[in-house]
Design a protein around this ligand. Sequence first.
Ligand code: ADP
Length: 168
Amino acid sequence: MGTQTRRAVYPGSFDPPTMGHLDIIQRAAQLFDELIVAVAVNAQKRPLFSLEERVEMLRECCAHLPNVRIAALEGLLARFAQQVGACAIVRGLRAVSDFEYEFQMATMNRQLAPEVDTCFLMTHQQYAFLSSSIVKEVARLGGAVDNLVPPNVARKLAERFALQRQEA
Ligand code: ADP
């Protein structure tokens, strides 16, 4: 058996982090020695939360997981994975609809960094229909999201949308 640290990168927008993300993080943290959750800047997606806010929320959610760290991802994922010495990129799969995009990305990343493999974890069935967008939509309309996101994220969402309602 090798003594090398098996490190993986879990990239995403995490705008905001959900219980689905957290489930993948916890499971990946058991499979690898070290997991780096890489938060994408994602300028095109016009995120609700800034990069710093998303990093901070994830730090709070993962404080109990000693082999997980949170980093900002500014450039190319494949290069980032190589730079940190990762052997794998972790992604979550919910439905068939996720497959095509994920397949494309994994194929591209294999070309860019052949030594880094993409590893897919199936969603827990409980979270199969959960996405950051649906969480934002429900929270924006004043619905309860307590079962869908960790408590610190639920608070941030409530704050953000209360502020937006005041401004409107
Ligand atoms: P991106 O914009 O890169 O797709 P997301 O933050 O939406 O970023 O998702 C990051 C990763 O987490 C993706 O691989 C996505 O499929 C996965 N994911 C999102 N929601 C869930 C969920 N409910 N269960 C399992 N995986 C999920």
